[in-house]
Design a protein around this ligand. Sequence first.
Ligand SMILES: NC(=O)c1ccc[n+]([C@@H]2O[C@H](COP(=O)([O-])OP(=O)(O)OC[C@H]3O[C@@H](n4cnc5c(N)ncnc54)[C@H](O)[C@@H]3O)[C@@H](O)[C@H]2O)c1
Length: 338
Amino acid sequence: MKTILVTGGAGYIGSHTCAELLATGYGVVVLDNLDNGCEAALRRVEQITHRKPVFVQADVRDKDALDRVFREFSIDATVHFAGLKSVAESVANPALYYDVNLGGSVALCDVMDSHGVRDIVFSSSATVYGVSSDDPIPEHAEKQPAQPYGETKLAVEHHLEELCGENAGWNAVCLRYFNPLGAHPSGLMGEDPRGIPNNLAPYITQVAAGFRDRLMVFGNDYPTRDGTGMRDYIHVVDLARGHAAAIRFLDENPGFMPLNLGTGRPYSVLEVLAAFERAVGEEIPYEIAPRRDGDIAIYFADTTKAEKALGWTADFDMDDMAHHAWHWQSKNPEGYPR
Ligand SMILES: NC(=O)c1ccc[n+]([C@@H]2O[C@H](COP(=O)([O-])OP(=O)(O)OC[C@H]3O[C@@H](n4cnc5c(N)ncnc54)[C@H](O)[C@@H]3O)[C@@H](O)[C@H]2O)c1
């Protein structure tokens, strides 16, 4: 069976993908600098799958370290998660985002190429579309990222598309995630943000657990079912399964392929909150605040292309996402042991 290099494999989506790859028979080598991931997540991967991923602590921009990994292990393909993901931080410090997200990807591709490994699955993002006028959003929609984070994701996609076009042998799937949510059903792995969470789910579970006072809901006067913004949330295990399917896809489909990973079913903030209240069994306090600049009413994926290409569909619904996220939070109130 093939061996997959998973950069950023000690993070939220990466650890779930390692578990999926190991469970389906792949060998896994993780490269992560632990900037936002932790080794405990990889121990949980082993606990779930009874298989141990190899771990190398290194920065994806470090070409010497990458070179050593490709010399030491017989890598067949890469799943590339390593990067920074805060939209707000990317606005405050765009150079850092270009350095890590774009510079890291270029370094990785250079070293892969020099070792003749030219199959890659890349963690892209729905932010490449920016404020799209399409609902749902297909892959060919106009790309107008509204901030440096989305710009770096689109720049990496362009680099991969160029490699696939001009350099025979390169094959890339760019997975544009919508809104990852939830945790492993075992309660052993989940999202473990440092500091104030950027994403909705860890914020809600931290309010439910009493670590924060209330959820702020930004805007209730959007033209949606209940006035709050609607997004396409996808269970992190469905995302992980999408990566394993993309690795299999690369075996038989040469070239460049961008694909949306979402469910195609948008939920409002209040609907997500209601699902968490069902999971927790209590009301979760919230307060309506003014709209945030740049937020849009509704944003969801056209998943037709991914479903056809990958033979994949999202299995879990919002109640599953909320139950699993709450199970993780209750079993690990302080996150992973550090
Ligand atoms: N979570 C989301 O909402 C979301 C949405 C769309 C796309 N993505 C993308 O998916 C990928 C994974 O996201 P996540 O939510 O699992 O984030 P995460 O922060 O949990 O995981 C990223 C991992 O990469 C590692 N890393 C960061 N910089 C590195 C570097 N220079 N060298 C080596 N390792 C490095 C971190 O330590 C971490 O373990 C990211 O590229 C992110 O941009 C995430």
